[in-house]
Write a protein that binds this ligand. Sequence first.
Ligand code: F6R
Length: 277
Amino acid sequence: MQIMILPDSAAIGVWAAGHIMRRLADRRLRVLGVATGSSPLPVYDALALRLPRSGGRNVRADPESDKDARAEASLRSLTAFALDEYVGISPDRPESYHAVIRGEVTEKLGLDPARVHVPDGTAGDLEKACREYEQLIAEAGGVDLQILGIGATGHLGFNEPSSSFSSRTRVKTLAPQTRRDNARFFASEEQVPLHCVTQGLGTIMEASELLLVAYGEHKAPAVARAVEGPLTSMCPASIIQWHQDAVVLLDEAAASQLEHLDYYRHVQEHDLLPDQD
Ligand code: F6R
């Protein structure tokens, strides 16, 4: 696991966007796993700024422009899979993850909407829809790079505490804490659905690369448990310790409860193969 401590959420976004652009330019990223919520927004914003058509910094005179033009070409054929969706919320509603992905990812990055997939939380047969979602990911060749946030409960996707480490896409019940945390996206806490469809931890772990983003003091306890705590389903995000290629991007506040912070800084300072932009 690589732990990077950066000054703020904007710097996290820039680092992640640079990393993603390099993977796109190298043709190592054909299937992107996308998360919703607040955490990945600086990543999508920074990515959009790298794209010439968005009026970002990447004009052709830029020495990086050839690489970025290659990355942009890859972006046009990129397939994306969202982690989760609420059950029973129409994709037209702004609170739905369909709507969030449409606005923050598909439109912002100019992806082909036909290649962007979000679990169906309104299907008549949810179990079948979950199986089909897994099938779709498999047919796309699996996820190359998965962007992740972390919940206060330690969830990844909506895999709440006690989720099996080998779980697949399925219906889950949201923890009361998660409904409280996500009430900010709804008119009231009562309106936050009780259920969701989420990729399983087993599904997420099959992504070739994980990029977990967390910033702000409120994330510090969950980050400490995920990064330094025991591998336990009571903190589902602790499973990232088991992944062979996971990067954890934190700001100072989210990193503040890490016991071995000085050690991570030391490793970061002396990285022999740093990501170069
Ligand atoms: C969203 C998701 C969740 C969020 C987590 C953190 O697709 O999978 O795991 O990443 O709830 O949410 P924010 O970023 O809003 O704090």
